[in-house]
Write a new protein. Structure first.
Length: 85
């Protein structure tokens, strides 16, 4: 979980998007850091509200880029992960 938190923090530092913020917040809460977890998880709503556009979330849209390669890339990634175990 510590490694996941490190990567989620990196993702949030790139862009405070919904997916990364919620994932980081959840990971922090699950590791006994509820105050920071709820703060990070809720921060994604900071710029949203009446009259403000939503924050774009590239982490959700990422998989649609070159969508025809998703199956091949997932298969390759899974093989790499299995080899590292």
């Amino acid at each position: 979980m510590d490694e996941a938190i490190r990567y989620y923090r990196e993702a949030v530092s790139l862009i405070r998007a919904h997916t990364a913020s919620i994932a980081l917040g959840q990971a922090l809460i699950r590791t006994g850091q509820p105050e920071e977890g709820w703060l990070i998880g809720s921060r994604m709503f900071g710029r949203e509200g009446t009259g403000a556009p939503p924050i774009p979330d590239p982490f959700v849209l990422y998989r649609y880029a070159q969508y025809w390669q998703i199956d091949e890339r997932l298969t390759t990634m899974r093989q790499m992960v299995r080899q590292q175990r």
